[in-house]
Structure formats: C-alpha cells, structure tokens
Design a protein around this ligand. Structure first.
Ligand SMILES: [Zn+2]
Length: 71
C-alpha cells in the first residue's frame, strides 16, 4: 500500500482504486487527481489529462464513475 490517502496513487493501482468504493470519493472530496494531484477532477477522481491517458480497463472503470454506475 503506497499511502493513497496521503498522496496520489500509483498508476498500477488505478484499476484497483476504481473498483473499490472508498478511494474515488476521497480524492473527489479533496479535489485532487488520484494520479497527478492536479486540482479539478471529474466524478472518477481524475483530471482531464489523466483521463486522456487511460487504457482499458481503466477507462471503462472510470466511465462507470462518471455515468453514476459506480460504486
Ligand atoms: Zn491527473
């Protein structure tokens, strides 16, 4: 565990973070991107720059937050 609650999470943890229900809301509450800590995050806890670099299945999982299907 790399202190996701104190800083950003690692890219290889993103798929996990998007599948548990407590991580994304925490970053949304702080208003910081899960990966890069930029302000201005979407419903998936990610900024527009990180959203653009997601691969599958990350993008599908992030979309689930944005559309309200997750958690
Ligand atoms: Zn970001």
């Amino acid at each position: 565990m790399n202190r996701w609650n104190a800083e950003g999470i690692l890219r290889d943890q993103l798929t996990w973070a998007l599948q548990v229900k407590h991580v994304v809301p925490e970053f949304r509450r702080r208003g910081k991107c899960m990966l890069c800590q930029r302000p201005d995050v979407n419903e998936a806890g990610l900024c527009i720059y990180c959203m653009a670099i997601l691969d599958e299945p990350e993008h599908t999982l992030a979309r689930r937050w944005i559309t309200g299907a997750a958690p």
